[in-house]
Write a protein that binds this ligand. Structure first.
Ligand code: 8YV
Length: 322
């Protein structure tokens, strides 16, 4: 008998077909989000799960799923999974690193340019029929070229963002928990600075850290007060790294010039203040969403699940935090 697995959300057919060759698959192609209770019931006699950031995998859930051996997230981020609890119960957890770096970096640039040059605001004005003619001072924005780009979190995505900055002839500064090798710094044309220097010097500050208790509200009112009032803040990493209430207040007061946000605290809810501001560009957590990349992510997660349940050695096994 094939092992039973659950796919918690809609996935591409090639991933389902591949899983079907190895497992007795319960899919969710209707894409109905599952409450913790529904998820626990659906997983009760399953050996594996293909999950997304919308499912919380914690001790309370694992305690109800005694047969579970592997949870394979279709995401590089895994803040929805309690790794310690998985480890303690002998459940393998995996993510999808590497396949989404370039698409996420591309989208970060879409947010940078759209925010700095007020693209969505100008389009809304035009669509609303408000454009009566050309004006010299219409939608004056901030130049991206030759500006100073600050990157907070210099992992694979941060580095891909840095490499793209060369075309805009920018000065690139970064701050990270550990300084990168001279070789990587050189290939990214990026200089390591302290957090305070990064905040003080960046014209555009973009966040690329994972979310964890250590990065919760890494950018709050105190940090925003250290930034230039002309600066813009970009987040295509994880909600919760930025204190959204503090950001709304800073944008309202003119303490920051704008923000481009793909991720939020308490998704899919938004801080209502964002919707009232014209100097923010808002997108619904789609930075990795090119068709090719989302297909690769789903397939890599499926490959991890097959490897986990057949060899016990999935390629992207996450170890519990030390
Ligand atoms: C995913 C992401 O689409 O990979 C991540 O960490 O944030 C996105 O690329 C999302 O997490 C789906 O689970």
């Amino acid at each position: 008998m094939k092992p039973k697995i659950l796919v918690t959300r809609e996935v591409f057919s090639e991933a389902l077909n591949f899983l079907g060759q190895h497992f007795d698959v319960t899919p969710n192609q209707a894409d109905t989000p599952m409450s913790p209770e529904v998820l626990a019931t659906a997983l009760a006699d399953m050996e594996g799960a293909l999950t997304t950031l919308s499912e919380r995998i914690d001790e309370a859930l694992l305690a109800k799923c005694p047969k579970l051996k592997a949870v394979c997230n279709i995401a590089v981020g895994y803040n929805n999974i309690d790794l310690k609890a998985c480890h303690a119960r002998g459940v393998m957890a995996t993510n999808t690193p590497g396949v989404l770096d370039d698409s996420t970096a591309d989208f970060t640039w879409a947010l940078i340019l759209a925010t700095a040059r007020r693209v969505t605001e100008a389009e809304q004005y035009l669509r609303a029929g408000k454009w009566t003619g050309w004006k010299l001072k219409q939608f004056l924005g901030t130049d991206v070229h030759h500006a100073t780009l600050g990157i907070l979190g210099m992992g694979r995505v941060g580095q891909a963002v840095a490499r793209r900055a060369r075309g805009f002839e920018m000065t690139v500064l970064y701050h990270n928990t550990r300084r990168l090798s001279a070789e990587i710094e050189k290939s990214c044309h990026a200089a390591y600075v302290s957090m305070d220097e990064l905040l003080a010097r960046a014209d555009i500050l973009t966040v690329h850290t994972p979310y964890s208790p250590a990065t919760h509200h890494l950018l709050g009112a105190t940090q925003m007060a250290k930034m230039k009032s002309t600066a813009i803040l970009i987040n295509a990493a994880r909600g919760g790294v930025i204190d959204d209430a503090a950001l709304v207040a800073a944008l309202k007061q003119g303490a920051l010039a704008g923000a481009g946000l793909d991720v939020f605290e308490n998704e899919p809810s938004l801080h209502p203040g964002f919707l009232k501001l014209s100097n923010v560009v808002l997108t619904p957590h789609v930075a990795s969403s090119s068709e090719a990349t989302r297909r690769r992510m789903a397939m890599l997660a499926a490959e991890n699940l097959v490897a986990a349940l057949t060899t016990g050695k999935p390629p992207n096994l996450l170890h519990p935090p030390v």
